[in-house]
Design a protein around this ligand. Structure first.
Ligand code: GRF
Length: 192
């Protein structure tokens, strides 16, 4: 739904640390931002990301995930009530159903710490190091019902050094995640 200012009402879903949420909040506060974060949802009551939402006075909610159907029904109502046009998953550790994606009917983005289609799922950094890959990176993609498989919007590489450990690689990749998520949003929203 188009707002007067043209900014898209955005919901960010998190489960933990929330460093990508923080970078999206920072972007949303810039003059040229194309989004307004109207809601942060966490399935984890102690997610550190909720502190960032509170600090920035962004409406946020913890929703307990016990059954997917009731979790998603609650979510859909909340999204409607807040006129959400775009969902950004940022370290959200639950898989959304095809039915949820169809019913929401608007874009859902995710950020993943690998050069998709390589290393879908978890432990991407250790897998890249074990396989002696020369590059890793991060990908922002559209969410569909298959895990980490939707259309790629933006991807950026980082070099894996011989000296890299899982920890140092994660740190390098996270740094580029924070840069590409806002860029991917701009790319998505200016491409139609
Ligand atoms: C990031 O590496 C993201 O790519 C992945 O989960 C991690 C979340 O980190 N999906 P944070 O909570 O945003 O700090």
């Amino acid at each position: 739904m188009e707002k007067l200012s043209g900014k898209k009402n955005t919901a960010v879903f998190i489960s933990g640390r929330g460093s990508n949420l923080r970078s999206l909040i920072k972007y949303s506060k810039t003059k040229k931002s194309l989004i307004r974060i109207v809601l942060v949802v966490s399935n984890n009551s102690t997610a550190k990301g909720l502190d960032y939402a509170n600090k920035s006075k962004i409406n946020n909610i913890f929703i307990k995930y016990s059954k997917r159907k009731s979790f998603e029904d609650r979510l859909l109502k909340l999204l409607k009530r807040n006129n959400v046009d775009l969902i950004c998953l940022a370290g959200f550790m639950k898989i959304l159903s095809g039915s949820f994606i169809r019913k929401f009917y608007k874009p859902i983005l995710n950020i993943h710490p690998s050069l998709l289609p390589k290393y879908k799922g978890l432990n991407t950094h250790s897998r890249a190091i074990q396989n002696k890959d020369r590059y890793s990176g991060a990908t922002v993609h559209v969410v569909n019902k298959k895990l980490d498989s939707g259309k790629i919007i933006l991807q950026k590489k980082v070099k894996i050094l011989k000296s890299d450990s899982e920890k140092t690689l994660e740190k390098k990749v996270l740094k580029i995640e924070h840069k590409i998520y806002p860029k991917a949003i701009v790319k998505l929203l200016t491409s139609y």
